[in-house]
Design a protein around this ligand. Structure first.
Ligand code: ADP
Ligand code: MG
Length: 624
């Protein structure tokens, strides 16, 4: 190709290139117009769409409006009323600040803007086509702004070709409007497609009602509140434009990340992570790391391939993050990304724990805390509990020999060849489970215990699964996973499809304590097993693994690995019907108390049922 001399691109080409970064599809137009309306302090925002947004997008708001003298300027590139100096870039409290949206939209469509400033008596209407102002006239209008975008990409046919089918473009607009309705429960949103109402929110500030509009009444009812979700507390509405927050640096809150919102319980899931919505300071962001933090909070509560639904609103001091990362402003960078990550994980995790299905028949009731402490001291004697509650590590005391039979000793895998502190887990988040006084076993399946607020029935199998699972995870983290060599290698034949996958995973399995070699054909030699399975039949142990592969296309990705471990623990855990000695029962309860997630087994089923004092009193007719 012959070289062309270097030339400045014609304005028109340059602005179309720039526009392409901001306006990719109809939903991007809707996003920018909604953000402008929110920045203008609107309390009602109506979105009207025709032809999936390709033919028409119209957004009306009752915000501050644009002064007549400024309407042309609003369409100029890098013209904004929200930013005055470079320093302001680090205190951004509005959604817009780049002054690019209207210019971009104007250069790739035909736009009519009708606006009246609250401070003026007459409005103004302006028509912009392909970046050129075509008409301008005074016009009567209520305060607020009405932007009509017609024939998007009419002058950029290449773009038009890249748009998806109408249903897809529509769905993106639906998702966008409904998400914004969730982040701004005090703003009334409505959306119509070709004259038919597709979505409406009431704007009464009730986030749960807004959730119902998006996820349906049933899911919304079951969603778990994270943090303090009162909209006042979030203060999500960005400040109105022109009212620059010069004092924002003075009354700076603690530079922590506040997380509020709603998440689904582990029982309500989706097959993808698209329903995890994150807003940072009122701005919808796509952030892989924060999404991962949400998933991390569900760790061991969900099956592989299952994802929760979530709407989380983060508040971060504006100078703790950079929103000027991407032209579409859908990414943010945090000064302290780890703090943001752990704030999200912690908030969601503690909401889940607080909500975990300790099937409380009644929510309240208490033996009375002071009395309980005394009774416990008197009844329990020993001081191991204080130790467990206070010392950060090791919180898993090594079992006394003879406490549990070897095959069922939860720690047997780690004993002998590892440092006891290696199996320590961080202290439980919050207070996941009260310390209990063991009473005994019933039906060779359940343990009965007394807590500060009533009676607990513990499923011994589910509880032991949980204990083994957390010990395994701790051992892995500490690099102290124990495996046991078999006296003789055992050949095991597996189905042909499994054989292929298994072959690829031998190394990964090695990390989990399995020593397996390919022997030829569909036969494998089992040489070592994780200590937990040391007493299991090797063929059955390998089958646990292979079954897991069959269910999962990408075996041993972190989640699948966790699931596999959960299955192994399920196999190794004490079964219902197994009589436990008193020390064994005590050991189990004690270990469960130190778990991070004691209230569910690794598969998400409850480990315990709680009968509160109040329930007992009611049942016995002691109280109304
Ligand atoms: P930005 O939002 O980044 O400032 P835009 O191109 O989206 O850039 O808008 C340019 C300017 O036009 C804004 O700064 C604001 O002053 C004004 N404006 C745009 N839309 C509205 C609206 N709906 N209500 C009031 N003012 C608006
Ligand atoms: Mg804007």
């Amino acid at each position: 190709m012959t070289r062309m001399p270097i030339r400045l691109l014609p304005d028109e080409v340059a602005s179309q290139i720039a526009a392409g970064e901001v306006i990719e599809r109809p939903a991007s137009v809707v996003k920018e117009l909604i953000e402008n309306a929110l920045d203008a302090g609107a309390s009602t925002i109506s979105v009207e769409v025709a032809g999936a947004g390709k033919r028409l997008i119209r957004v009306a708001d009752d915000g501050a409006g644009i002064p007549a003298a400024e309407v042309e300027l609003a369409f100029a590139r890098h013209a904004t009323s929200k930013l005055a100096s470079a320093a302001d870039l680090f205190h951004i409290t509005t959604l817009g600040f780049r002054g690019e949206a209207l210019a971009s939209i104007g250069s790739v469509s035909q736009v009519t803007l009708l606006s009246r400033s609250r401070d003026e008596t007459l409005g103004v209407q302006i028509r912009v086509e392909g970046g050129e102002v075509r008409r301008r006239s005074a016009a009567g209008a209520p305060p607020g702004t009405l932007v009509t975008v017609e024939n998007l990409f009419y002058n950029v046919p290449a773009r038009l070709k890249f748009l998806k089918a109408d249903v897809t473009e529509k769905r993106q607009i639906d998702a966008l409007v409904s998400r914004y309705a969730l982040a701004y429960p005090r703003v009334r949103f409505s959306l119509t497609h070709d004259g038919r109402e597709a979505f409406r929110s009431h704007g009464n500030g009730d986030l749960r009602e807004a959730l119902a509009g998006v996820f349906g009444v049933e899911v919304a009812r079951q969603m778990i509140e994270v943090g303090d979700s009162r909209p006042e507390a979030g203060g999500l509405r960005p400040s109105a434009p022109n009212v620059r927050q010069s004092d924002s640096s003075v009354q700076r809150p603690t530079p922590s990340v506040q997380v509020t919102g709603f998440v689904t319980p582990p029982t309500i899931t989706r097959g993808n992570r698209r329903e995890i919505t994150l807003f940072v300071n009122g701005r919808w962001v796509q952030d892989q790391k924060l999404t991962a933090a949400v998933l991390q909070a569900y760790h061991s509560l969900l099956m592989a391939g299952k994802y929760p639904m979530a709407v989380l609103l983060l508040r971060v001091p504006p100078d703790e993050m950079d929103v000027n990362v991407h032209p579409a402003k859908s990414e943010v960078r945090f000064r302290d990304a780890n703090a943001a990550f752990s704030a999200v994980e912690r908030a969601v995790r503690s909401a889940l724990l607080a909500h975990a299905p300790v099937k409380s028949v009644s929510p309240s009731g208490d033996w009375g805390d002071a009395g309980w402490q005394e009774r416990r001291q008197a009844l329990m004697g020993g001081n191991w509990r204080t130790e467990a509650a206070v010392a950060p590590s090791p919180i898993y005391p090594r079992p006394e020999p003879g406490d549990l039979p070897p095959s069922e000793t939860p720690n047997s895998g780690l004993a002998g060849d590892s440092d006891p502190s290696a199996s320590a887990l961080p202290l439980p988040i919050g207070s996941p489970m009260p310390l209990l006084r063991l009473i005994g076993q019933v039906g060779a399946a359940y343990l009965v215990a007394e807590g500060p607020d009533g009676l607990y029935l513990i499923d011994q199998h589910a509880a032991h699964e949980r204990v083994l699972y957390e010990e395994w995870m701790a051992g892995m983290t500490a690099g102290a996973l124990a495996s046991q060599a078999l006296l003789e290698a055992v050949p095991v034949e597996v189905p042909p499809e499994s054989a292929r996958v298994l072959e690829d995973q031998l190394e990964a399995l090695g990390r989990l304590g399995f020593g397996v070699e390919h022997f030829g054909g569909n036969t494998f030699l089992v040489r070592r097993l994780p200590a937990l399975l040391a007493h299991a039949d090797p063929a059955a142990a390998l089958r646990v693994v292979v079954e897991d592969f069959e269910e999962d296309e990408t075996p041993l990705a972190a989640q699948a690995e966790a699931r596999l471990i959960a299955r192994v623990c399920k196999r190794a855990a004490v079964k219902a019907g197994q009589v436990l000695s008193a020390p064994e029962q005590l050991e189990l309860v004690r270990k469960l108390e130190t778990c991070r997630s004691p209230r569910t087994c690794p598969h998400g089923r409850p480990t315990m049922i709680h009968l509160s004092v109040a329930t007992l009193e009611r049942q016995f007719g002691r109280k109304g």
